[in-house]
Design a protein around this ligand. Structure first.
Ligand SMILES: NC(=O)c1ccc[n+]([C@@H]2O[C@H](COP(=O)([O-])OP(=O)(O)OC[C@H]3O[C@@H](n4cnc5c(N)ncnc54)[C@H](O)[C@@H]3O)[C@@H](O)[C@H]2O)c1
Length: 357
């Protein structure tokens, strides 16, 4: 597939390619939309098998950020960056600062943050070459690691689903299967056990499972068995696309609510879940806690204010589920409609006012 063919499949505003030979930097930054504000999205540093894979990923992820921020009610657009290569062997100060130069050249239309393969410390280095960085360490006046905020938001989304199905947002006594106990999953397990939920966990990393068992009395299951756990809520907190035509028939839960991005392998999987009468909290609505926390940096950061902004995910999920029920559509489509309508309504106002970021 050619570059323009790939980009032409969606409505991205801008795609920038950056290169720095001495450090080996090869980066692509995709700005999907700035209709609601500057395009915020993390920098993914990953050893893509091909440049085409990297381009497809950055286009898909930047579009996802547009929807996530729009549905969360933020004044942010959607963007994303990828750096092609293995972060363990290629990362250097020169590379990160050369990358910062590419971000800076976009004049604030794109704001970067951490993502897979980049850390808060990397953001502090990038900050030396551009001010268009968010999610900095708290020592830099930033909001720090977004994962606890993401977990808080996922819990609120679970409460919204619980209220919809069982008439109470209380999660005490609910059985919840968490797939992936990394930064978000572990924080979520801690929060859920604190409110009396019963937790089952699975992870490819046995040490992560041991930590969840030792610290939070979680019950471990084998990776392939997690789909079939008899539970109230299945919570994908590992990689994307774990819900697909093979795994959805195995589920024995009333709802799916998790942090992973792009949980559904294909759009039809939302229909598959609906067909099995499993309530789905759309991933980009449920997992917006991290970006909401980062957005709170735009005014002088307050953890308390950020937490109350994240708590609004309860209402956002409720509104999406109510809309899906009222219009007879699946929850994913309802969430996309909510985001698109806001972009249409508020974005046009902003563009008329000539705002640039
Ligand atoms: N960190 C955030 O604030 C944030 C925000 C929004 C979305 N997300 C998404 O949430 C998910 C988790 O993010 P994280 O920051 O906790 O990542 P992480 O890398 O810290 O944790 C992921 C965990 O999943 C495990 N895992 C990987 N493959 C697995 C599999 N097949 N089955 C079971 N476990 C598996 C890993 O061993 C790891 O423990 C990702 O999809 C990420 O994109 C994270």
């Amino acid at each position: 597939m050619g570059v323009f063919e790939a980009i032409g499949t969606d409505t991205h505003e801008e795609v920038t390619f950056g290169i720095d030979h001495p450090s080996g930097l090869r980066t692509i930054i995709a700005i999907h939309s700035t209709a609601l504000g500057p395009a915020l999205g993390g920098t993914r540093f990953f050893p893509y098998a091909s440049e085409e894979d990297a381009l497809v990923d950055v286009l898909r992820l930047s579009r996802g950020m547009t929807y996530k921020s729009a549905a969360a009610g933020l004044d942010l657009g959607g963007g994303k960056a990828v750096i092609i290569g293995d972060p363990r062997t290629m990362k250097s100060e020169r590379l990160l600062r050369a990358y910062a130069g590419v971000v800076d050249s976009l004049g604030g239309r794109y704001i970067t943050a951490e993502d897979v393969g980049t850390t808060m410390d990397d953001m502090a280095i990038i900050r030396r070459g551009t001010r268009h960085v968010a999610g900095l360490p708290s020592t830099f006046g930033g909001s720090g690691d977004p994962s606890p905020a993401t977990a808080r938001g996922v819990q609120r989304a679970m409460e919204a689903v619980a209220d919809t199905i069982w008439g109470s947002r209380d999660l005490a006594g609910r059985r919840i299967a968490v797939q992936g106990v990394g930064k978000v999953g572990m924080s979520l397990v801690e929060r859920l056990t604190a409110v009396g939920a019963e937790i089952v966990v699975a992870d490819v990393d046995p040490a992560a499972v041991d930590r969840a068992v030792d610290a939070h009395c979680a019950k471990p299951v084998e990776m392939d068995d997690v789909y079939g756990v008899d539970c109230d809520i299945f919570s994908p907190c590992a990689l994307g696309a774990t819900l697909n035509e093979h795994t959805i028939p195995l589920l024995r839960c009333a709802a799916v609510v998790g942090s992973a991005n792009n949980q559904l392998a294909v759009a039809e999987d939302a229909v598959r879940l609906q067909g099995r009468e499993i309530l789905y909290a759309p991933d980009f609505v449920a997992n917006a806690g991290g970006v909401i926390n980062i957005a709170a940096e735009s005014q002088s950061y307050s953890a308390q204010r950020a937490a109350s902004m994240v708590d609004a995910i309860y209402d956002n999920v409720k509104a999406v589920l109510q809309r899906a029920a009222a219009e007879g559509i699946n929850a994913r489509d309802a969430a996309e409609r909510v985001a698109e309508e806001r972009i249409e309504a508020v974005g046009s106002l902003r563009l008329r006012a000539g705002a640039t970021g």
